[in-house]
Design a protein around this ligand. Structure first.
Ligand code: CP3
Length: 351
């Protein structure tokens, strides 16, 4: 099936576009009243994720409000740890909670082998459903967490300020951690390839916590496994290229290694100057980002101005996808998102 709107794919491949594509990380979710209403139908977040028709509706909700250039599957990066049998809960305030975190060798034996097409069938079914509903209007982004970021939750048991447990593990039990990361990477390859076969046109790796590692440890414990995954993904399917976006938050020290890792595009967080990043790696890969999620709380004029600055710093160079530097905050006014998307549509520049 050919896409009606292929701006996202073209921008990710650094091909010319008529207008810069725009989507937002966490574009579906709690800032949307219609998501909150839908979420009431089930007792908890994982049950929601495991119900393909709810997932399909939530995925499409932001697209019926805003003229976005891509849909992202409504799901979570912790579906794989869940399939491995870790008892996962989501607390509205604390985020993900895991009861029996991985701390020693014997804990690995508790992890179940994952059969993607069976244990994660709910994700694959949801992708098929969304693909059918989208009917080629815009591409669907499939995703997974980086092995490191999944391991952070599996070892810490919850979000943390210091991440002491896993950072200690990198020095005290590196072999244990490598065994865990390898298992996660192998499942992730199978998981993302199944998403591509089911209809995902783009895939994204979320490495939210890679940036907390020291220089060498990031390369060894995070980027290495993302490269492992990218080398094994279907990079084209049914004759169409399947671009890969890699997002590490706080990636400044490693931009050149990330750009050379085999991805098509790099997600950039809001702490960086996009012009500088473009000069560093913009001739090798496309860039995605990097507006501050909290900009969406500003007046529409300010949002418009910041979107303008971002677009202007690219001029007519190829390879920009407009996005935030991290996910939409749950308290974001819907009008802020509307103003951002509209500003991208209105911007006049020489493309
Ligand atoms: O619209 C989209 O972007 C798709 C949905 C999506 C969710 N999680 C839905 C969600 C995506 C892409 C994710 C990825 C994810 N999940 C990441 C990587 C991106 C990032 O934000 O750094 C991480 C670290 C997680 C783990 C996770 N899941 C956390 C930390 C939390 C709680 C914090 C929060 O923002 O709520 C979740 C729960 C979660 N994932 C919710 C949603 C909509 C909220 C739960 C609810 O609605 O009940």
């Amino acid at each position: 099936m050919t896409l009606e709107n292929d701006r996202m794919i073209r921008a990710l491949l650094r091909q010319p576009v008529d207008r810069r594509p725009v989507w937002l990380m966490r574009q579906a979710g709690r800032y949307l009243p219609e998501y909150l209403a839908l979420r009431q139908r089930v007792p908890n977040f994982m049950t929601f994720c495991k119900t393909p028709d709810l997932v399909c509706t939530a995925t499409l909700q932001p697209l019926s409000r805003f003229p976005l250039d891509a849909a992202i599957l409504f799901s979570d990066i912790l579906t794989i740890p869940d399939a491995m049998g870790m008892s996962l809960r989501f607390d509205p305030e604390k985020g993900p909670l895991i009861n029996d975190p991985i701390r020693q060798e014997c804990d690995l034996q508790r992890l179940k082998p994952v059969k993607v097409l069976k244990d994660l069938a709910y994700v694959i079914d949801a992708i098929r459903l969304v693909t059918k509903e989208l009917d080629g209007q815009v591409p669907l982004i499939g995703f997974a967490g980086s092995p490191w970021t999944m391991a952070v939750y599996m070892v810490e048991g919850q979000s943390s300020k210091m991440f002491t447990q896993i950072r200690t593990m990198t020095y005290q039990s590196p072999q244990l951690l490598h065994t865990l990361l390898t298992r996660l990477a192998v499942v992730t390859v199978e998981y993302l390839n199944a998403q591509i076969v089911a209809g995902a046109k783009i895939v994204m790796l979320f490495d939210t916590w890679g940036g907390l590692l020291s220089y060498g440890e990031y390369l060894e414990f995070s980027l290495h496994y993302m490269r492992f995954i990218m080398q094994r993904l279907h990079r084209s399917f049914n004759g169409q290229p399947v671009p890969v976006i890699l997002f590490t938050k706080n990636a400044a020290p490693w931009l050149s290694q990330i750009a050379a890792s085999g991805c098509d595009a790099v997600g950039i967080d809001a702490s960086l100057n996009m012009l500088t990043v473009k000069q560093q790696i913009g001739s090798q890969v496309a860039l995605q980002g990097n507006l501050d999620p909290f900009l969406l709380f500003a007046k529409p004029e300010i949002i418009q101005q910041r979107v303008g600055e971002l677009l202007d710093c690219f001029g007519s160079a190829p390879g920009l996808v407009v996005n935030l530097g991290h996910g939409v905050d749950r308290h974001t006014p819907v009008e802020g998102v509307a103003a951002m998307v509209e500003a991208v549509h209105q911007h006049r520049c020489s493309l």
